[in-house]
Design a protein around this ligand. Structure first.
Ligand SMILES: Nc1ncnc2c1ncn2[C@@H]1O[C@H](COP(=O)(O)OP(=O)(O)O)[C@@H](O)[C@H]1O
Ligand SMILES: [Mg+2]
Length: 301
């Protein structure tokens, strides 16, 4: 478990992280979401003792990172995948990690296989790696010591779509086995599919937190809506309007101010064949943009 308590980090007169508190629970993937410059990396650097806090504290499993003996066995960290010596090969980086954590060399091959880096790629120097390959190596390094807590800063950066899907499965499985995962991103779509819990940060402050459902429920904007297309939109619209539901046309279908189940039921009753029925997109995205709009640095003088 990661506990952040009233954490503040100032750089001179500038406050990068402003009195934030949250908890990351075991068995859950916690997404740390915010626009560029929101304070995500700073928070994570404080977590692992790379940057001192100005005020407040972070503990991992009740301890400060500094006080954890052999921390790699407990906390896997990936902050900047490029922050490796470019002249080392991928294999060397993992072997050094295994050595310092007191792990057998066989663990290196296991990890390479897990992140789908081939033996040939592992022999290349990191300066010749693509960003995605560096991320894979970084994830392998973070998991090397079989830690129970993972702290990953923008791990999906540079991964291809298949890689992002792979990582999603990996982190979900890791959390299902009881691990604690904190991962940051500036992209909502990346996080919303992986995260059980979300922390939204803007301008150094937490602007919302909770699971996806409760975040959406708390969002005053938009309201519940769906998009439906059918073989007879007119009949469907009439049946919905008769129930007092607001319907507007949208593209070649309808925008309906009701949940999909309600639309499906009405179509069934009216004997109309649905060809497409979806939840209204953008609820969470609107929320994210709205919550962070006021805190976008671009608008700050
Ligand atoms: N060493 C530093 N000195 C001064 N300002 C910094 C330093 N590190 C980060 N910042 C500032 O703190 C803010 C938050 O940065 P960061 O935590 O990297 O944001 P994020 O990771 O969410 O994009 C930014 O405005 C950044 O410029
Ligand atoms: Mg960052």
């Amino acid at each position: 478990m990661i506990t952040v308590e009233r954490l503040t980090r100032k750089y001179g007169a500038f406050t990068a992280v402003d009195d934030i508190s949250f908890v990351c629970q075991p068995g859950r993937v916690t997404g740390f979401l915010g626009p560029n410059g929101a304070g995500k990396t700073t928070t994570m650097r404080v977590m692992v003792g790379l940057t001192p806090a100005t005020a407040g504290s972070v503990t991992i499993g009740g301890h400060h990172y500094h006080d954890i003996p052999n921390p790699g066995r407990h906390v896997g960290v990936l902050l900047d995948a490029s922050a490796q010596h470019g002249g080392r090969t991928g294999r060397e980086v993992l072997e050094l990690g295994a050595l310092s954590m007191g792990l057998p060399k066989t663990r290196v091959d296991e990890m390479l296989e897990m992140v789908s880096l081939t033996q040939a790629e592992a022999k290349r120097r990191i300066r010749n790696y693509s960003l995605g390959m560096k991320q894979r190596l970084g994830i392998a390094h973070a998991l090397l010591g079989d830690p129970s807590v993972l702290i990953l800063d923008e791990p999906a950066n540079g991964l291809d779509p298949a890689g992002i899907r792979w990582m999603r499965g990996l982190l979900k499985g890791y959390a299902e086995r009881g691990g604690t995962v904190l991962l940051s991103s500036h992209l909502l779509h990346e996080v919303e599919q992986i995260a059980d819990e979300m922390i939204l940060i803007g301008n150094g402050r937490i602007v919302a937190q909770g699971d996806k459902k409760s975040l959406l429920a708390n969002a005053a904007t938009g309201g519940v809506h769906s998009f439906a297309t059918s073989l007879d939109n007119e009949a469907l619209a009439a049946a919905l309007t008769a129930k007092g539901v607001t319907v507007t046309s949208a593209g070649d279908g309808l925008r309906v101010d009701a949940e999909t189940v309600e639309v499906g039921r009405t179509a069934l009753e009216a004997g109309v064949v649905l060809t497409d029925l979806r939840n209204g997109e953008g609820g969470l995205e609107d929320l994210f943009l709205e919550l962070t709009a006021e805190t976008q640095r671009e608008t700050v003088a």
